[in-house]
Design a protein around this ligand. Structure first.
Ligand code: PRT
Ligand code: ZN
Length: 289
């Protein structure tokens, strides 16, 4: 029986989280066929069943036990919170924010300008809480799609919608004025999975964390004159200390290390100033700590 146990994951069938979810599993070494119209697939080399669903249904199906875990936006969870679902990892993709926006001609200076106004949104729950906690009394119009056109057809004075680049708001003559919440894709799970399923989840989580650590880091290789090596090594923290190897050219060494992506350009500038040459920067597939 233990051998037959599988972990069931629900991911978005198509849409903005579909590619990120598939790519994350692929980087975890999990291959599966997600051909058109498929509801379900089995991984070739990992005890995992993959269900392809609409994002809005994922928290319910995890809560009900159709799936054990799922990948969904924090915005979806915030709108319909489920006690039976735990967030176990933030996944760093599908980033967006839920924002309030007003037509360009609207003289907006503070949230109080929205008092008594009509706001169109697909997130009445999150917006309602935000307005209440800020003491704003506005009328919420729930609409399920194309929220951005509501002001121009006279349905609302303002909107509250998801934004990533901002181009949808801009091309509809709207201006973003407040952030209601930040969101990204997260891994959710039903608490109290049985021991076998839980140990498969632990294995998957270990791989996911290695992939995420790798994404935040780069592998850097460079050449340096021997007399500059100590100064350069001090700029490169690495996982322990940098690796240093002599080059065939006397008086030169090759230095290898891992650096964090967010301070990448600053580190490269300091390295160049310190005399580094032939700098190569590589992506890392997995990083096992
Ligand atoms: O069919 P299904 O129900 O599964 O999909 P869906 O249409 O409900 O969702 P989908 O695929 O649009 O989004 C899935 C998830 O992706 C959302 O729940 C968010 O967590 C996340 N996400 C990230 C976004 C965006 N970025 C985003 N920009 N979801 C929607 N948008 C929309 C937004 O609503 C607006 O219409 O994109 C437009 C704005 O984009 P910009 O770049 O013009 O600002
Ligand atoms: Zn949806």
């Amino acid at each position: 029986m233990a051998e037959n146990q599988k972990l069931k994951i629900a991911i978005q069938k198509s849409g903005r989280l579909a590619e990120g979810s598939t790519e994350l599993l692929r980087r975890c070494g999990i291959r599966f066929n997600n051909g058109h119209g498929k509801l379900k697939s089995e991984a070739a080399d990992f005890p995992l069943e993959i269900y392809f669903l609409r994002d809005d249904d994922i928290p319910n199906h995890v809560a009900d036990g159709v799936a054990d875990i799922g990948i969904v936006g924090e915005n979806v969870l915030a709108e319909s919170p489920r006690e039976e679902v735990d967030v176990i990892e933030k996944l760093g993709f599908g980033r967006c924010r839920l924002s309030l926006a007003v037509p360009k001609g609207f003289a907006y200076s503070s949230l109080h300008d929205l008092d008594g106004k009509r706001i169109a949104t697909s997130y009445p729950g999150v917006l309602g809480e935000f307005l209440a906690s800020n003491g704003i009394n506005a009328e919420i119009h729930e609409i399920s799609g194309s929220v951005e056109i509501a002001p121009s057809i006279g349905l609302a004075d303002a909107v509250c919608d998801l934004v990533s680049s901002g181009s949808t708001l801009f091309s509809n003559g709207l201006r973003e004025v407040e952030t209601v919440m930040q969101s990204q894709a997260v891994l959710i799970a039903r608490p109290r999975l049985n021991d076998e399923v839980n140990s498969i989840l632990e294995k998957l989580l270990f791989r996911i964390r290695s992939v995420m650590a790798a994404r935040q880091n780069k592998y850097i290789l460079l050449n340096a004159p021997e007399e500059k090596a100590a100064e350069i090594a001090a700029i490169l923290p690495g996982m322990r200390s940098p690796t240093m190897m002599p080059l065939a050219d006397a008086g030169w060494v090759s230095i290898h290390s891992v650096i964090e992506e967010h301070d990448f350009w600053e580190v490269v500038d300091s390295l160049k100033r310190a005399g580094a040459e032939g700098i190569l920067v590589l992506s890392i597939d997995q990083m096992i700590r």
